[in-house]
Design a protein around this ligand. Structure first.
Ligand code: NAI
Length: 737
């Protein structure tokens, strides 16, 4: 048999525990070891009067049975006092059962202000006050269980209970949000809608039924939901007579009743009514993201069905006046930082199709590669939070509805290759707002810094559907313009078939919109199945360009501009058509299966090869490790012969600084009398070792154990790793400074 659910050491506060359901809960918790605060105001069921008798009797009953309990006689409206009683008597608070309640039943037209207010004060405000008083204690101890008591009257409505129904369903809304806010601190909040015989239901139910509907048939559910082993959070349960059922929302597939650039009419709503209300194949949404996400999906669907990208400039009749967008320009959004390690850069590279099947891609997905590099387009991942968090709604002069935003275009420029790991600070500003008639285009500029150094710059062009037509300017010198492709056959074409899991993989880089993974969601948005992220296709295309025209050398990447034209489905083949015009590579990307252009008017600007060479600092400059290598070289001169005999291996070193390889050194202890020189091994190295300049010095000074550094990933070795063990000899004997 399962072990009994105990509450030893737990402190439970039950409001309205002087009778009915609350009393049953208090007794049951105490019987299983909890210390209980029995709260009850002691008035009548209409909320009139007060007294200590009700709570005292229950406390007495508990103590008589050997349990621990104290009484509290305050109204739940004074929540702090109830929680103070728990803290004073038992030193903590673990569980709050919001149960206290009264009735002021009247048909709607006869409800007085007092009837309305009193019901709300006791049920909704009382539960809020008590829960808020307990919340911080629960947060600190990283444990809390909260019950809200709703009612079938709230869920379904009930004649004569308008005030009570409204307050009772309000409790469900409160619980839904507390479940979200409390989750990370192990605070769970669930709601019950009980049915039991009590003084409250005496006037409603016949006596024999009342007798049968014992509060004891409700209490066990409350105990389970409040137990530390119960993971349930945000649930709603009907319970009574020994039966328990869970409730959830259901949403019909619905219908899109408007077309792009057409006004939406009540006639179209009428024509689609049956479909809107048809629950066949309905979904069961559980999160708010499933609501906003599907709305966003609808927008993309409507927009893409017209075959024109989010950036089209036609005038729609349905534009909403948005005044004062000028105020928005120059507004800075809260800065934030993005930290990443090799894990994130590799995950991103896999997300945009880098694969072991393409040898040039290996350096993007293997951290031990001698030239491990971060794909340049990872720069958008660093900055994307600026448009994904809710901060956009704070922009003054614009009333932004997040559900109506489409990502139209993207520009990214790098000022140096992205470090392989790093923490970048991002500063975001609204660069300009353009009126395109059918909507507004908001240019969001994001500057990403490592320390004081600007590493990359992004411009997100967001299309705010339906807000244009306010006579604002149509162009801006701030825009990074998309550029038409040359009028000739492409100079090169690369294709890649995306996997069915492509979107599932790509979303791990931070764009969690369910539109890209949840079939129900995609269906609601009007797509046959989840679609690939536009920025995923963008990553594929940029990788193609770099591979074709820059030998996958990330230091050649300068900038990219792309326009998102149509959706791609995971599994489709992406075909990047490229045209070389000097250092600008124009491209467009097609979904091979349909021939649709999915990224249009795009280009990548490359750094001219001569500049790359000129920019490369003379290798090893300012590195502490250079001194050590030079010293090893000097010392080996006399004893080289002997060491070569002992070690017989060529070591290539990649010394990193700020995440990038800053110098390569070779220590040849295999040929002749040995040699130390700057640069990669002439011939081949037996082992290649990568570590930072600082760690290298740590190893030399004996402060860092190379083996530990290897296992913790700070030192990377490729080739015959066992040979690295011999390095200790070199360091011990020849590197002491
Ligand atoms: P009850 O009337 O036996 O118990 C409610 C208790 O709350 C009473 O002892 C009362 O003195 C206390 N109370 C009232 N106002 C208070 C305040 N301001 N501060 C502190 N205590 C106060 O009623 P019952 O049936 O046990 O109801 C418990 C809860 O369950 C209530 O919230 C009620 O709305 C809810 N409920 C009960 C149903 C049932 O079938 N019994 C049906 C649906 C909901």
């Amino acid at each position: 048999m399962a072990s009994p659910l105990r509450f030893d050491g737990r402190v439970v506060l039950v409001t309205g525990a002087g009778g009915g359901l609350g009393r049953a809960y208090a007794l049951a918790f105490a019987e299983r070891g909890a210390s209980v605060v029995v709260n009850d105001l002691g008035g009548d069921f209409k909320g009139v009067g007060k007294g200590s008798l009700a709570a005292d009797k229950v406390v007495e009953e508990i103590r008589r049975k050997g349990g621990k309990a104290v009484a509290n006689y305050d109204s739940v409206e004074a929540g702090e006092k109830l929680v103070k009683t728990a803290l004073d008597a038992f030193g903590r608070i673990d569980v709050v059962v919001n149960n206290a309640g009264i009735l002021r039943d009247r048909s709607f037209s006869r409800i007085s202000d007092e009837d309305w207010d009193l019901i709300h004060k006791v049920h909704l405000r009382g539960s809020f006050q008590v829960t808020r008083a307990a919340w911080d204690h629960m947060k600190k101890q990283k444990f809390g269980r909260i019950i809200m008591t709703s009612s079938a009257s709230g869920i379904y409505g009930n004649f004569g209970q308008a005030n009570y129904s409204a307050a009772k369903l309000g409790l469900l809304g409160l619980a839904n949000t507390l479940a979200i806010e409390g989750q990370k601190n192990n605070i769970h909040c669930n709601t019950i809608a009980p049915t039991a015989g009590s003084r409250m239901t005496k006037t409603v139910l016949p006596e024999d039924i009342l007798e049968a509907l014992k509060p004891d048939y409700v209490a066990p559910l409350v105990l389970w939901l409040c137990h530390e082993s119960c993971e349930e959070n945000g649930g709603l349960f009907e319970v009574g007579a020994g039966w328990i059922g869970k409730l959830r929302w259901e949403r019909s597939l619905g219908a899109i009743v408007r077309q792009r650039n057409q006004p939406m009419t009540p006639e179209a709503v009428k024509a689609n009514w049956r479909k809107i209300c048809d629950f066949e194949n309905a979904s069961k949404p559980q999160k708010i993201e499933e609501s906003t996400g599907s709305i966003i999906g609808v927008l993309s669907k409507i927009d893409s069905d017209g075959g024109v990208s989010a950036n089209h400039t036609s005038h729609a009749a349905s534009s909403k006046a948005t005044s004062g967008s000028g105020e928005a320009v120059g507004y800075t959004l809260p800065s934030f930082s993005s930290a990443y390690t090799e894990l994130e850069t590799i995950m991103y590279a896999l997300g945009v199709g880098a694969s072991v099947k393409e040898p040039k891609d290996l350096k993007f997905i293997y951290e031990g590669h001698s030239d491990f590099s971060c794909l340049p387009t990872f720069g958008v991942i660093i900055a994307q939070k600026s448009v994904m968090r809710g901060d956009l709604v704070e922009i003054p002069g614009l009333s932004i509805d997040l559900a109506k935003i489409l990502h139209g275009e993207q520009y990214l420029e790098l000022y140096k290759p992205l470090p392989r790991t790093g923490t970048l600070r991002n500063e975001t500003v609204v660069a300009d707002v353009l009126d395109k008639g059918s909507g507004l285009v908001i240019l969001i500029d994001v500057y990403s810094y490592s320390g004081k150094e600007l590493i990359c710059y992004n411009q997100f062009s967001l299309f705010l559907v339906g807000s244009g037509g306010i006579g604002g300017k149509r162009t801006s010198d701030k825009v990074k313009e998309a550029v038409a492709i040359p009028n000739r056959h492409p100079d090169a074409v690369l294709t890649d078939t995306t996997s069915l899991n492509q979107a599932a993989l790509y979303r791990l880089s931070g764009d969690w919109n369910p539109l890209h993974i949840d079939p129900n969601f995609a269906g609601l948005a009007g797509f046959n199945k989840p679609i690939l992220h536009g920025l995923c296709t963008f990553g594929f295309s940029a990788r193609h360009v770099l591979q074709q025209f820059a030998d996958s050398d990330v230091s050649r990447f300068k900038a990219i501009k792309a326009r998102f034209a149509k959706p791609v489905y995971p599994g489709q083949t992406l075909k990047t058509e490229m045209w070389k015009e000097g250092n600008r590579i124009h491209f467009q990307t097609k979904a091979q299966e349909t021939g649709n252009i999915v990224i249009s008017n795009a280009y990548v600007d490359l750094v001219p090869t001569s500049d790359v060479l000129a920019k490369t600092p003379s290798e090893g400059e300012e590195l502490q490790s250079s001194l050590v290598f030079e010293e090893i070289g000097r010392r080996l001169k006399d004893v080289g012969h002997e060491v070569v005999k002992k070690v017989n291996a060529v070591f290539e070193w990649h010394i990193t600084k700020d995440g990038s390889v800053a110098a390569k050194w070779t220590v040849d202890l295999k040929n002749g009398t040995g040699k130390v020189y700057q640069g990669p091994a002439k011939g081949s190295a037996d082992v290649t070792i990568t570590l930072s300049d600082d760690d290298f010095i740590g190893v030399v000074l004996g402060k860092i154990d190379p083996q530990k550094a290897f296992f913790s990933g700070r030192l990377k070795a490729k080739g015959n790793i066992m040979l690295s063990l011999k390095l200790q000899t070199i360091f011990k004997n020849y590197a002491k400074l």
